[in-house]
Write a protein that binds this ligand. Structure first.
Ligand code: AMP
Length: 413
């Protein structure tokens, strides 16, 4: 099915063509006709599926020509996502006279106020800064016709739902609302009941499966060999661009320093960096100046970084859905990519939860030539033994190098 059959306007189709999109992705095929017909929708497609265009294209089609008051409000959990969605709207709307602005915290008000004063059609915002603008009277939402709540589960995690409600109260009741969320916890269900009208749910693929173009494996390793294994992986693997996820800002900084010392071109992304530093990191990573980006989850959630060849979970994610989101950074829109996870003995519980969540056993791999230290790994990952305490193990030196660590067989007396 071609884009031309979906009922999009000619100028919007020109934007699609200029972006080089040939065929609609599954979420676009399903969401575009529904949004064009005026339905509220809940989309549970994961990132990397083309969901931004799935809501941007039908909304832009319905906007027609520029008018000075915001008619579209898109709420995003992070500044980076907001900036990214603004760019996507701009790209797709480039052959229209529609104006787009983004407001988020961490930067001055001046430019944002100028844009709002000049008049915008589409406003992309993070909740906190938008509330500030509403409080100052620099922005009004009384002409809003389309609301998009993007990454709603992450807005919940970040404590934004009360702000989201306050913002929605300032929008007309007569409007079209779309909500995108990888998971629908009870609080989001309540929000849906309150904010939406008979929504249709679109679930593209199984909500829980990672992108199919990603091959993902786990490397088991002793805790104090993690950084050595990371360096060895980067030495051995052919990559174009690598995203490395760490649990904390401090760890992200430490890993970045380590890799810099090993002559990798590295950028860091976490919430302690200034907005300018974060933009430089992202731009540099996107344009290839940095080959490695080390990030924390919150900072990197949902970011569209094209053609990431590898994702490395330096730390196992604590929430199974974060695993899907993280490895969704690679294998985006049909490019295949690899995702590696470093796992230490204490991670057993989290890995089991991830494998249950995605209904898949993740392949265990060992890096050839890496001198694995003895470690009390990992019998408990055998199917059916997940909840057992770690058994006693012994290490056997393998002829090809490294060790096999297996259970100690008790001798019969
Ligand atoms: P998203 O899921 O919105 O973050 O989009 C992920 C990536 O897919 C972005 O780089 C989009 O530009 C790209 N994309 C979106 N729709 C299509 C399409 N129909 N064909 C090819 N790429 C697309």
């Amino acid at each position: 099915m071609a884009f031309t059959k979906l009922g999009l306007s000619a100028h919007v189709l020109d934007g699609v063509k200029a972006m080089g999109y040939v065929e609609p992705t599954p979420i676009q095929l399903r969401a575009i006709p529904l949004i064009l017909s005026g339905k509220d929708i809940i989309g549970s497609a994961q990132t990397g599926t083309g969901k931004t265009a799935a809501f941007a294209l039908p909304i832009l089609t319905q906007l027609g020509h520029h008018q000075p008051r915001p008619r579209v409000l898109v709420l995003e959990p992070t500044r980076e996502l907001a900036a990214q969605v603004e760019t996507a709207f701009r790209d797709l709307a480039r052959f229209t006279d529609i104006r787009i602005a983004v407001v988020y915290g961490g930067v001055g008000y001046g430019k944002q106020m100028d844009a709002l004063r000049d008049g915008v059609d589409v406003l992309v915002a993070t909740p906190g800064r938008l509330l500030d603008h509403l409080g100052r009277g620099t922005c009004k939402l009384d002409a809003v016709q389309f609301v998009v709540l993007d990454e709603a589960d992450r807005m919940l995690d970040m404590g934004f739902l009360p702000d989201v409600r306050r913002i929605l109260e300032k929008c007309p009741r007569q409007r079209h609302t779309s909500l995108f969320s990888a998971t629908i916890p009870p609080q989001i269900e309540t929000l849906i009941e309150w904010a939406m009208k008979n929504p249709d749910t679109i679930e593209v693929g199984a909500r829980r499966t990672p992108a199919e173009t990603v091959k993902h494996v786990i490397y088991q390793v002793a805790d104090d060999q993690k950084s050595d294994l990371l360096r060895a992986l980067l030495d051995q693997v052919q990559y174009n661009s690598v995203l490395i996820f760490c649990r904390t800002k401090h760890r992200a900084d430490r890993i970045a320093q380590l890799l810099k010392r090993n002559n990798h071109a590295v950028a860091v992304l976490h919430s302690n960096r200034t907005q300018r530093e974060r933009e430089q990191a992202l731009d540099g990573f996107r344009n290839g100046r940095f080959e490695v980006l080390v990030a924390t989850d919150i900072a990197a959630r949902g970011l569209d970084i094209a053609k990431v060849s590898h994702v490395i979970n330096y730390d196992v994610p604590q929430h199974p859905e974060d695993y899907v989101h993280r490895i969704g950074r690679t294998g985006r829109a049909e490019h295949s990519g690899d995702a590696f996870t470093l796992m230490v003995a204490e991670d057993g519980k989290h890995v089991v939860a991830i494998e249950r969540f995605i209904s898949q056993k993740i392949e265990r791999a060992t890096l050839e030539g890496f001198n694995y230290q003895y470690t009390a790994l990992f019998e408990r990952n055998k199917p059916g033994q997940e909840d057992q305490p770690p058994s006693q193990v012994r290490a056997v030196r393998l002829s090809g190098g490294g060790y096999y660590c297996g259970p100690v067989k008790r001798r019969r007396r």
